[in-house]
Structures are given as C-alpha cells and as structure tokens.
Design a protein around this ligand. Structure first.
Ligand SMILES: Nc1ncnc2c1ncn2[C@@H]1O[C@H](COP(=O)(O)OP(=O)(O)O)[C@@H](O)[C@H]1O
Ligand SMILES: [Mg+2]
Length: 240
C-alpha cells in the first residue's frame, strides 16, 4: 500500500557532500529545505554549483557525507543497496536530459520498463493507466514505434511517461528539456507540469532555463554547494 499523498514530504536537513580524492571536492554544504506534497520545485544555479549532486542524493544514487534526507517519512540517509533499489523503484521517477530509451523496444515497452523491473504483475496492473497517459500526451498512435521513429520531443514525452510508470510520489528531473529547442522545451515542460499537477506528484527539476524555472511553484538557487535563495517562483519577476 502506498501511503497517503498528504504525508509524502521530502525533507533535506543540513546535507553535505564531499567527493573523496587526492583533493577532496565539497559539492554540497549545509543544504536544508522541505518540499510539500504536489509542489513543483526548480533547482537552478551555475554549472558546478551542486545541482546534480543534490539530485543524486534525492534519487538514492549516492549518499550524503553529512546531514539527513527523509522521503515520505523514511530516513534514506543510510540505506543498504538493496533498500535503495526498492525505494527508488517504489517512490521515485527519473527524467534525464537524454531520454535513454532502449532502441530495441517500442515506445510502450520503454515506458513500462520500470514496471517490468518490478515484475510482470506490475506491468499488467500499470498498462491500462499507461495507455491512458499515451493518449493524454498525444502519443496514442505511436505505442509501437521504436525510439528512432519518434521526434526528439516525442522521445522525451515517452521518457516522462516512463518516469510515471510505477506511480511514484516524487519525480526527479535533471535538465529534462536541456536537449530540446525552446519550442519543444516549453511544450515538454508544460506537459510535465500539467500531468504532475493532475496526478498530485511532487517534482524536483534541475534546469538552466530561468524562463521555465519561473513557471515552477518555487525556485531554489544553489551557489557553491549552498542554497543562495529559496523563493516562490512568482517572486522571481520582482528581483532579477
Ligand atoms: N563524481 C564526482 N567526483 C568528484 N567531484 C565531483 C563529482 N561529481 C561532481 N563533482 C564536483 O562537485 C561539484 C558540483 O558538481 P555538480 O553537482 O555536478 O554540479 P552541477 O550539476 O550544478 O553542475 C563540482 O565542483 C564538480 O566538479
Ligand atoms: Mg549537473
């Protein structure tokens, strides 16, 4: 059973990340914020400011050096690899700059791939909802196309559907429109925004695009591994 959406918060407390090495690199330093259920948060900041490091921690792909992270009330700071895999599968959806669709599978098979990893029963359970999502994003006629038969924008729409496949509470997106022209970027962003709003999912999206960030609910700006500002997106127009 999935817990109620109302309790699906994400909380980051005094998180730090140091990459070891001959000269250790501090990528994050004392980062704290909490995200409410259904919120759409944009993370912006210069290259090297720690955006991807933060997303990797939220995505349970790496572990923090200091501090704690709670996802939906679960302390994910010190998970075993097996626990991380399970929580990632059950709670998180990922969208990347490049779609990483598998060329030998159809659009529908690609979108259902996270379900397949959870077992054939999950594919059967989620397929009707996925077919409705293909319809929702205007790809009902492209279910059986291979990735190379789709346009860049269509490929990224399939990647969005794949992120939604297991009905995750949190969607993590790293520059999801970074590889698209601005018209397509706007369209994909709007789609992600509207679908996740309808489904009441929480989104954390890293972007370089300040125009898109301004359409989020809230914008967190990182600088040298720290939070420089954390504001409602509506406040951005007043302080450039
Ligand atoms: N795997 C790694 N090993 C060592 N240093 C890293 C690694 N990943 C990122 N860094 C360093 O951490 C800092 C933050 O990087 P990153 O989180 O990728 O920033 P952003 O996504 O904002 O460009 C940078 O100085 C970067 O060089
Ligand atoms: Mg990055």
């Amino acid at each position: 059973m999935k817990p109620a959406l109302s309790s699906s918060t994400l909380a980051v407390e005094r998180v730090g990340k140091v990459y070891p090495g001959e000269v250790p690199t501090r990528a994050l330093n004392g980062v704290s914020f909490a995200v409410a259920p259904g919120e759409f948060v944009a993370i912006v900041g210069a290259s090297g400011s720690g955006k991807t490091s933060l997303l990797n921690l939220l995505g349970l792909l790496d572990s923090a050096t200091e501090g704690t992270i709670h996802l939906n009330g679960v302390d994910v700071t010190n998970l075993t690899p097996g626990e991380a895999v399970r929580l990632r599968r059950d709670m998180l959806g990922f969208i990347f700059q490049f779609h990483y669709l598998l060329p030998e599978f159809s659009a529908l098979e690609n979108a259902l791939m996270p379900c397949r990893l959870a077992g054939e029963g999950q594919v059967a359970r989620q397929e009707p909802g996925m077919l409705a999502l293909f319809d929702r994003v205007g790809l009902a006629g492209k279910l059986n196309k291979r990735p190379h038969q789709l346009s860049g924008g269509e490929q990224q729409r399939v990647a969005i559907l794949r992120a939604l496949a297991n009905d995750p509470l949190f969607i993590l997106a790293d520059e999801p429109t970074g590889n698209l022209d601005s018209a397509n970027a706007n369209e994909i962003f709007t789609l992600l925004r509207n679908i996740t709003r309808e489904m009441e999912r929480t989104v954390i999206m890293v972007t370089h695009d300040h125009e898109l960030a301004a359409k989020a609910d809230r914008v967190i700006t990182l600088r040298d591994g720290r939070i420089e500002s954390d504001r409602p997106a509506s406040a951005l127009a007043h302080c450039s």
